[in-house]
Design a binder for this molecule. Structure first.
Ligand SMILES: Nc1nc2c(ncn2[C@@H]2O[C@H](COP(=O)(O)OP(=O)(O)OP(=O)(O)O)[C@@H](O)[C@H]2O)c(=O)[nH]1
Ligand SMILES: [Mg+2]
Length: 297
């Protein structure tokens, strides 16, 4: 039997989290059109008869403006150090740039085998896909090349099969029935944050954190209180919206998804608080579970 770890790495918005969800056929990581959606490693476990692959989604590597961003980048680098194989996930529909060069150097320096995952081929012509693959292969000798659409492809069988080849012989690393490694509260907070990312614009998505403050289960229901943290009073005003309309919209979208996740009726109460410059403060970043917070525990 084969077992081991695979890191999904790359620039923000490349589709790493979408791919993780596609590989597992389960939504384990939140996804949004806004860059820097993922803020900490997310592990998804795929067990089959002859293998167990632990996929680790990582934050997109970017030029950090805040302590939060620096910690997200470090988290991605730390994850890469501890795996057997790296998927470099790239958005094939945008031209190669400085950011790609930087990330490519990072993965090269690990000395590990790297798969080039050319994503978003649904947005590209055949010619462009071929040209893109040629251009990437001239920059580095990747172990394998996979043009894919993380969003549209129904199966990733070939990718999984090739991945198994690069993993060591080993036993289960996790109980075979387990698909996600992480706290339930964090997962709930992430679902709420995803809805914030989908409903708000400009600086608000980046300035928002979500923290589950309490959670109570009864036989049929779950009562959740969660805090949405922003950095400025003006952001709080927008987050609440006219007569609470924005918060209500975020709440009802999140509740619907959480009912599916928890398999119970969910009562969700959201609050909004201003937490000055939390993105620059290590203690707050860790408290909310971002940038390798779990690793420090
Ligand atoms: N057209 C198309 N869009 C995609 C594909 N994969 C992902 N996307 C979209 O790209 C956006 C970013 O996807 P994510 O999966 O959140 O990207 P990410 O690499 O995890 O981004 P960060 O967490 O910010 O690093 C979302 O709007 C996805 O729906 C794809 O194969 N085709
Ligand atoms: Mg992501």
């Amino acid at each position: 039997m084969k077992s081991g770890f695979v890191a999904l790495a790359g620039r923000p918005n490349a589709g790493k989290s979408t791919l993780l969800n596609g590989l597992l056929k389960e939504k384990v990581a939140i996804v949004s059109p806004k860059p820097q959606t993922t803020r900490s490693e997310i592990r998804g476990i795929l067990t089959s008869e002859n293998s167990q692959i632990v996929f680790t989604d990582t934050p997109g590597i970017h030029k950090a403006q805040y302590r939060l961003g620096a910690r997200m980048n470090k988290e991605a680098a730390d994850v890469m150090m501890g795996v057997d194989l790296i998927y470099l996930v790239v958005d094939g529909s945008v031209p190669f740039g400085e950011g790609d060069k930087y990330v490519l150097n990072m993965v090269k320096n690990t000395g590990l085998p790297v798969f080039l995952i050319l994503n978003k081929v649904d947005k590209m012509s055949r010619e462009k896909i071929i040209a893109n693959l040629q251009s990437w292969s001239s920059r580095f000798e990747f172990a394998e090349y996979f043009p894919i659409s993380a969003l549209k492809d129904k199966t990733f069988k070939d990718l999984i099969k090739a991945t198994e080849k690069y993993l060591p012989e080993g036993e289960y690393l996790y109980p075979p029935e387990m698909t996600v490694d992480g706290s339930e509260n964090f997962r709930i907070a992430e679902v709420i944050r995803e809805k914030v990312l989908l409903c708000t614009e400009e600086e608000i998505p980046h300035a928002t954190a979500v923290l589950v403050e309490s959670k109570k289960f009864t036989k049929k229901s779950c009562y959740i209180q969660a805090m949405i943290l922003v950095e400025k009073k003006s952001q709080k005003v927008i987050m609440i919206g006219k007569q609470g309309a924005m918060l209500k919209k975020i709440g009802s979208m999140a509740r619907e998804e959480l009912e599916g996740l928890l398999g119970k009726k969910v009562y969700l109460e959201l609050f909004v608080r201003v937490e000055d410059e939390w993105r620059s403060r290590d203690a707050r970043i860790s408290e909310y579970g971002y940038g390798g917070a779990f690793r420090d525990e």
